[in-house]
Every structure is written in structure tokens, then in C-alpha cells.
Design a protein around this ligand. Structure first.
Ligand SMILES: NC(=O)c1ccc[n+]([C@@H]2O[C@H](COP(=O)([O-])OP(=O)(O)OC[C@H]3O[C@@H](n4cnc5c(N)ncnc54)[C@H](OP(=O)(O)O)[C@@H]3O)[C@@H](O)[C@H]2O)c1
Length: 349
């Protein structure tokens, strides 16, 4: 049986959901991929780090988070090292990057991934930062070092946007992408109309895990702008960073604005767009717009998302992700892991 050692950078909502999924699918992964997946490192900012080359007991690690919010020493070497040192030195096969988005640089996550790829290890990013800030550099580094850099869950969680375009839309050129890609703001706009307050909604989103640790990331459109940069870079060969995306958030949108739009048969939605301008340059925008109440975008409720991909050969495709929970984020990471496992040579250890 093959073996794949993972290092998890970050063990918050996404990290814990992914660990639960690994436990749940362990037997099936062994059977279908002839691979034993073990986690040899977990890093956090405030809860300690774990390193164990023989494999961390994930069930206990999850229990620790539930019970005390910190790792128990018994589970492995409680490393005081930084996550960067762990990325640089631990013997893993795949680094899974799940730390929070740093909108203005993507730096820490990019450094983790750069280190993994330079060491010839695969990298999976749930964090948009590395794809939004350093896509070209990291894909080139992966190619030079014969490893993979994958990031399915950065857009609409496990919805197979990149798997689909990579595998089923070969030779198609993506000419434009439109979508509602930030669940948190969509949920807030829908619920504002029902009389709830923004503060109440942000607190709920944090608890349920669909709002970033720093709510301004969602409310001020930073998360959506990073997503537009990811889409522009990956699907349209653009060269955008999140700060190049024209961005307006929903901080100034009031319940009255929402009601006024409704009275005019419109709905306010935060629309994300990547397109080519008249000179062929790839551009991106994010901001609230009034859309017709009968449009498909108006029908996107709560934490659901939608993406419309226009192509030259396959016309226009629209995909909706309905009311995802953090499990779908974990599935996107698992999907990338399956891509890596499928390509593992027999006898890999
Ligand atoms: N949640 C979702 O549904 C979802 C969907 C798609 C993509 N993503 C992306 O996935 C990533 C993780 O999201 P999340 O919801 O799991 O976030 P989260 O719950 O805030 O967890 C972040 C984790 O990263 C750790 N961390 C923060 N700074 C660190 C540092 N300097 N060094 C090492 N670890 C550090 C945190 O440590 P502590 O535990 O000590 O705080 C925590 O364990 C984000 O980039 C997010 O945008 C999330």
C-alpha cells in the first residue's frame, strides 16, 4: 500500500472539517487508491503545533479542539516552531494550506507553499492568497519540481470549477466570468430584508464558519476581490492581484436600500466579474448591483453561490452551489488530494 504524509497548515473550521472527512473516508481511500493517508504535522497560531512522523491521532486532535481548544502533549511533539519552520523541515508529501487570507500580500501562505514546492512536495491551498498573489510563480515552481499545486476549494468550495475546466473544457478559452461568490455578503443581504441586523448576521456567520475570522474580509469585498483575482489568473491567464480588482463592499448598504430595490422589482447582489477590456487586458470588479428579480442571480439565496463561465467553444455554463457548509470546503481539499493520489506511482512510500 502507498503512503501519503500530509502537513496541515491551520486547524480551524476548514482544517477540522478536512480531518473529519479523512477519518470518515479512510477505509474507502485505502481501498480505492491503495493509499494510506496520514497527517504528520498540524500547525496553528494559538493552539500549539503537532508533529509526529508516524501519524497524528486525528480523532484525539479533534477531541482536544472540542474539549480544551489546545492540543494535548501526548499526541505528538508539541513543537514551538513556527508554521514556516514546519513547512521547511518536516518530512511530508503534501502541504495543505488552511491559514486565513492575508488580503494585501498572501505572504505567509505563499511562503508555506513556495517552501513545499521547492522541496518537491505537492501543495493544496484552501487559502486564496497564494493563487491570487503568486499563481504564475507557484505553478512554474510546481512544474520545475515535478509536483502539483492545486486549489479547488478556493472558489465555491468543492464545486468542481477548476477540475471541470482543467479536465473537461480542454482547448476552451474562457472569455468572461460572472458570479456571486461571497456567501457571507449574499446571506447578509438576503437576511437584512427580513429585519435582522448586520452585527447579528456577522456573529451567526462566524459561528457557522462561513464568515472569515476578520469579518471585514467579507463585508468590504476583500474575499470576493481575491476570488476574482484567482479566477482571472487561473481561468483567463490574467495577471491580477486582489488589489488590482475594483472593489466595493456592502458596509454602506442599509435595510432601506434593500427594500427600495425590492419595491422596484430588483434585488441587490454582490456581483463578481472577470472580463477582457477593449485592449484584451483581463480586469476584475466586485460590488453591489441591482439585478432584475427574475434573473438567475436574484434566485441565489443565503449562503449559496453561482458562477457563469463564458467560453469560445462551449458557450455559457452556469453552476450553482446550494447552501454549502464547511464539509464542502473539506471536499474541495479532498478532491485535490484525490488528483494527487491518482497520479502516485505504484510503490510510492
Ligand atoms: N471555512 C470555509 O468554508 C472556507 C471555504 C473556502 C476557503 N476557505 C479558506 O480556508 C482558509 C481557512 O479557513 P478557516 O475557515 O478554517 O479559518 P479559521 O477557522 O480562522 O482557521 C485558520 C487556522 O489557521 C491558523 N493560523 C492563523 N494564523 C496562523 C499562523 N500565523 N501560523 C499558523 N497557523 C495560523 C489558525 O490558528 P488558531 O487555531 O490558533 O487560530 C487556525 O487554526 C482561509 O484562507 C479561508 O479563506 C475557507
Amino acid at each position: 500500500m502507498k503512503e501519503l504524509k500530509l502537513a496541515l497548515m491551520g486547524f480551524g473550521n476548514a482544517g477540522q472539517a478536512f480531518a473529519r472527512m479523512l477519518l470518515e473516508k479512510d477505509e474507502e481511500i485505502r481501498r480505492k487508491y491503495n493509499t494510506r493517508v496520514i497527517v504528520v504535522a498540524i500547525t496553528t497560531k494559538t493552539r500549539g503545533n503537532l508533529v509526529d512522523g508516524w501519524g497524528i491521532d486525528l480523532e484525539k486532535a479533534l477531541k482536544n479542539m472540542e474539549n480544551s481548544g489546545r492540543f494535548d502533549k501526548i499526541l505528538g511533539t508539541l513543537e514551538n516552531a513556527t508554521s514556516q519552520t514546519i513547512a521547511d523541515t518536516v518530512n511530508y508529501d503534501v502541504l495543505v494550506e488552511m491559514t486565513p487570507l492575508e488580503f494585501t500580500s498572501g505572504k505567509m501562505a505563499t511562503d508555506h507553499i513556495r517552501s513545499a514546492l521547492r522541496r518537491g512536495r505537492h501543495a493544496i491551498s484552501a487559502n486564496k492568497g497564494p493563487v491570487a498573489w503568486a499563481y504564475k510563480e507557484l505553478t512554474q515552481l510546481a512544474a520545475e519540481n515535478d509536483c502539483r499545486f492545486l486549489y479547488e476549494t478556493t472558489i465555491m468550495d468543492g464545486t468542481p470549477i477548476f477540475n471541470m475546466t482543467r479536465n473537461a473544457l480542454k482547448l476552451c478559452q474562457v472569455t468572461e466570468v460572472t458570479g456571486i461568490l461571497n456567501s457571507a455578503t449574499n446571506y447578509i443581504l438576503c437576511e437584512l430584508a427580513k429585519g435582522r441586523t448586520k452585527e447579528e448576521l456577522v456573529a451567526e456567520g462566524k459561528k457557522r464558519g462561513f464568515i472569515e475570522a476578520n469579518p471585514a474580509m467579507d463585508v468590504d469585498g476583500y474575499d470576493a476581490a481575491a476570488k476574482v483575482a484567482v479566477i482571472a489568473n487561473v481561468l483567463m491567464e490574467g495577471d491580477l492581484t486582489p488589489t488590482d480588482v475594483e472593489r466595493t463592499g456592502i458596509r454602506d448598504i442599509t435595510r432601506e436600500d434593500v427594500e427600495k430595490a425590492t419595491a422596484g422589482d430588483k434585488v441587490i447582489k454582490v456581483m463578481c466579474r472577470a472580463y477582457r477590456d477593449e485592449n484584451g487586458k483581463v480586469c476584475g470588479t466586485v460590488g453591489p448591483e441591482e439585478v432584475d428579480k427574475d434573473s438567475i442571480y436574484a434566485s441565489i439565496e443565503g449562503t449559496s453561490s453561482i458562477i457563469t463561465i463564458k467560453t469560445d467553444l462551449m458557450g455559457t455554463l452556469t453552476i450553482i452551489e446550494e447552501a454549502p457548509e464547511v464539509q464542502q470546503t473539506a471536499y474541495g481539499i479532498l478532491a485535490d488530494l484525490m488528483t494527487i493520489m491518482k497520479a502516485l506511482p505504484e510503490g510510492a512510500k
